[in-house]
Design a binder for this molecule. Sequence first.
Ligand code: ZN
Length: 147
Amino acid sequence: MDNINNLYQELIIDHGTEPRNCHVMPNSNHDAEGFNPLCGDKIHVYLLLDNDIIKDISFISKGCAISTASASIMSEILKGKTLQEAQNIFLQFQHLLTTEDPAPSGLGKLIALAGVREFPSRVKCATLAWHTFKDAAQLNKSRENHD
Ligand code: ZN
């Protein structure tokens, strides 16, 4: 277990210090800003959507290592996915962070962030990028309208 935790810790440090897809996207067609007042994390998520496919995703952020690492890992995972797939991954990720259930398969590197569930105040750091992504993709709105 210790080895696995070390591996996860390294993954978070890696993505926290050298985040992937961390830049402004000049040709984005959707974007949103998010703020986590509990920790002071700020993020701006950019999307290039082609109908419901995430052709490209990037972000800029100013915050703690967990919020930056989570955004970086999210950007890697969501590129090329459909909005529906993204929504499903987010629901699984949220479940992982807020329950004691074993991690579902298919979350990939996101499992590295499971450790934050022992620190409820940090869960918002890990989910900020995702909530901001949903705002950018207007998933919150479109779900409400359709359901
Ligand atoms: Zn934070």
